[in-house]
Write a protein that binds this ligand. Sequence first.
Ligand code: RUQ
Ligand code: CUA
Ligand code: CA
Length: 631
Amino acid sequence: MKKTNELDKDVQETGDSGLSRRRFLGATALAGAVGAAGFGGAVMTRESFAAAAKEAQNNITVEPGELDEYYGFWSGGQSGEIRVMGVPSMRELMRIPVFNLDGATGWGLTNESKDVLGHDNKFPNGDAHHPHISMTDGRYDGKYMFINDKANSRVARIRLDIMKCDKITTIPNVQAIHGLRLQKVPKTNYVFCNAEYVIPHPNDGSDFSMESSFTMFNALDAETMEVAWQVIVDGNLDNTDADFTGKYAASTCYNSEKATDLAGTMRNDRDWAVVFNVERIAEAVKNGDYKTLGDSDVPVVDGRGKSPFTRYIPVPKNPHGLNTSPDGKYFIANGKLSPTCTVIAIDRLDDLFDDKIELRDTVVAEPELGLGPLHTTFDGRGNAYTTLFIDSQIAKWNVEDAIKHYNGEDVNYLRQKLDVHYQPGHNHASLTETRDADGKWLVVLSKFSKDRFLPVGPLHPENDQLIDISGDEMKLVHDGPAFAEPHDCILVRRDQIKTKKVYTRDDPYFASARAQAEEDGITLEADNKVIRDGNKVRVYMTSVAPQFGTTEFKVKQGDEVTVYVTNLDTIEDVTHGFCMVNHGVQMEVSPQQTSSVTFVADRPGVHWYYCNWFCHALHMEMRGRMLVEKA
Ligand code: RUQ
Ligand code: CUA
Ligand code: CA
């Protein structure tokens, strides 16, 4: 009987003479940038893994019928969606389509979703990285979630009461919105987001030079989703986070060189973390001290060089993640090409902006953690957990001890290193970005799963691992394969999210349908009527399981038909669907919801429509006919 898994075999075969597979991949991932270090800690066997999981203080078992303690919100990366998970069971509860198309709910097909995406939206894709929930006084208030789209330079908002996206804003004059975080205090008035790439201004093909190129830090008004202001910066922008005073935000820059090639981005020994004085920027904008760019009327201030709005704190080359500790004391820039994290004291930033101290005087520690530090998260007990991409490990370290070490004291700040599988990007501890960081669970989003699951062809799932951090020792307790590409996630206590079980009839989500019905003299909750308006036909129908209020309607070939379905069922979970066969038309109609979809009746004849969300024993019988007369 084979006692070791493939991985152990690999280690045994290569452990003495060279690199194991997991080391090899990490080393080649950044070849030339950093040399491969010596062989790391022993890899766990399946048996020792199971034993460690059993010892874990936190129980990951959620019995059938029991509810999870935490909501997890996973970004969907290139899939453009958001996934709602239960933690610790790691069960997927729901998907929220955002920048993608979704046939199940009709996202991208229905008029309600087009009201959000834009009726002329040409982008069926997105690259969603950073989901974050609105806060009041540094605590999740459960109202909204915001997420970036790197692919098409957008920011979306999700209403958490119904878990649907209700606003999407395209950020003007920039490319690739990447890092995104929220103002934490006094509340989330601003959504901060970084545009990653520098572009020429104007970007109209008249000039491709780097001299005329820059990028901007952006703030959106969280309620209106309008861009409140933009700040021109030196270099580029990667990740960001905000502080707990409401005054500062900080972002990492890996391309201070403004290079277009890989080697060029690594030329400087140091790049920087740029700190934004949000208070001063908002003040300048209020006083009208700004300009605008192109045909956008968004206020733009210049934060390049020595400006009142920014400070560029040098940190080792090509930093990546930027994380605020939940005690509000530090911004931490993660080294990536440097094995270190740079700890910046937020309480020194006032002096820095008043020019009383030097840039590097704000740095209070720079602990060496291992190869490829990308993101750091916190347990609320003074410990930080940093992903080491190249080492395939999590480094647990104590922030205050790292500061003592930086000051010359002989203390060991490293608490533990734990192997993860493999090449972790983000990690996230329960409630870590809020004052409520509770140090119970740590999710690690590993970019490679290799041989940990049944093979599914060349494209592998990722591996989301759950680690119990409630005790002194981190313990890996769960592997969860995930499809492309949960980039980041957040964990929220279940009592912090309050959802509706059925829609209320005045929900703004279908306000435009109600407005049209009013114009047509229709009561959505009662009427089953067809309104003709030139070659536009509006079909209003109700649905009560297992019947549509309209089981037959007649239109003419070439008519533009809009079907409005109002679900009169009041019982939780009785969702209907509407699918017009052979028309690419399909949508969700949840209890007390109105959904609408527009299509052209381009072929004469009989066309059946049916309910495609299972709602009743007679669900198959829930159908009707569209009769299309020849033109
Ligand atoms: S970034 S793996 Cu898009 Cu959050 Cu670091
Ligand atoms: Cu209504 Cu199925
Ligand atoms: Ca650089």
